[in-house]
Design a protein. Structure first.
Length: 140
């Protein structure tokens, strides 16, 4: 990260990063954005076929599973590497299907002003949010 760029108070939580084609998440530099400037946690990182790895090229190489990277750098302490089980991702329906491990697995972000999901349905006032753009609504 260039020295002239100031990064602070960035929070990335409750997101699904799924079906990415690369085997790795690449981080250049010294991972200094995770040192108190950025919070990355409670996200799902799913890659079909093999687990994701984090790669860093400089100043020293790193090629570690996401879980080991999390332990070393304080990011994704509660992250998941689970198939999100979307309703029908082939046609773009990324609502969580019944049985997804992401249901009730996220942080409650009401105090941060998150009150609606992408379909404009309310997020729960108390208890866990679902990880992802949509709150799972049980069939009635």
């Amino acid at each position: 990260m260039p020295a002239s760029v100031a990064v602070s108070n960035i929070v990335i939580k409750n997101n699904v990063f799924a079906y990415f084609p690369s085997i790795a998440i690449v981080e250049d530099g010294d991972f200094n954005m995770w040192n108190g400037r950025m919070v990355l946690d409670l996200n799902d990182w799913f890659r079909a076929g093999s687990p994701a790895k984090v790669r860093r090229w400089s100043p020293a190489s790193l090629d570690k599973p996401l879980s080991q990277w999390a332990l070393n750098f304080g990011a994704e302490q509660h992250g998941l590497e689970a198939d999100p089980v979307f309703v029908n991702p082939g046609i773009g329906d990324v609502h969580l299907a019944q049985g997804s491990l992401l249901i009730n697995a996220g942080a409650n972000l009401i105090n941060a002003g998150v009150v609606l999901e992408f379909d404009r349905n309310p997020r729960p006032a108390t208890g866990a949010f679902d990880i992802g753009a949509f709150q799972h609504l049980a069939a009635t």
